[in-house]
Design a protein around this ligand. Structure first.
Ligand SMILES: NC(=O)c1ccc[n+]([C@@H]2O[C@H](COP(=O)([O-])OP(=O)(O)OC[C@H]3O[C@@H](n4cnc5c(N)ncnc54)[C@H](OP(=O)(O)O)[C@@H]3O)[C@@H](O)[C@H]2O)c1
Length: 137
């Protein structure tokens, strides 16, 4: 059975994305830079599955130290997770992916960043309480 987790970053109102990227993209203040560093540190050595746009946003070096898998809406979540027995599997988003996989997630790691600006993609707290209602494999 996979150990299914999420690591994500949100703004102060739950902002997740803007124009296909992070809403705070390009910001160089310490909390934003540390968030990216922490993401790569925590997912190192593990499986990271995400939608095609999120996978495309990962830099090339990310593929060297973790197993990155792009998942599609035609994939069955149970089947995807059953490929990784005993592994830690991070669900990297975006929102449609979290909606589909939230029921398998036992651990959420959410970093709230000092961002109050606009977004077109938002965190849904319903994902948090969906966790634990299904076993991954
Ligand atoms: N703040 C954060 O931590 C964070 C993390 C991740 C993403 N984001 C932001 O979110 C936005 C991108 O997310 P996105 O959702 O547009 O793109 P995405 O990463 O490509 O994820 C959505 C796509 O995943 C695929 N998918 C795979 N399994 C699915 C399932 N079971 N049910 C439904 N869809 C499934 C679908 O593609 P097909 O229909 O083509 O198969 C769907 O269109 C960007 O703004 C990005 O920066 C933010």
């Amino acid at each position: 059975m996979a150990d299914v987790r999420v690591i994500c970053a949100i703004g102060r109102s739950g902002q997740l994305g803007l124009d296909g990227g992070m809403p705070w993209e390009g910001r160089t203040a310490r909390p934003f830079v540390e968030d990216v560093e922490r993401f790569f540190e925590i997912t190192r050595g593990h499986v990271l599955i995400a939608g095609p746009k999120t996978v495309a946003s990962f830099p090339d070096f990310a593929h060297d130290e973790r197993t990155i898998v792009a998942i599609r809406s035609g994939d069955e979540p149970e089947e995807v997770l059953s490929r990784f027995p005993g592994r830690v599997v991070y669900i990297g988003g975006g929102p449609a992916v979290w909606t589909a996989y939230a029921r398998f997630v036992r651990h959420w790691d959410i970093n709230t960043l000092p961002y109050d600006g606009e977004a077109d993609t938002w965190f849904d707290p319903a994902w948090l309480i969906a966790g634990g209602s299904a076993r991954p494999g």
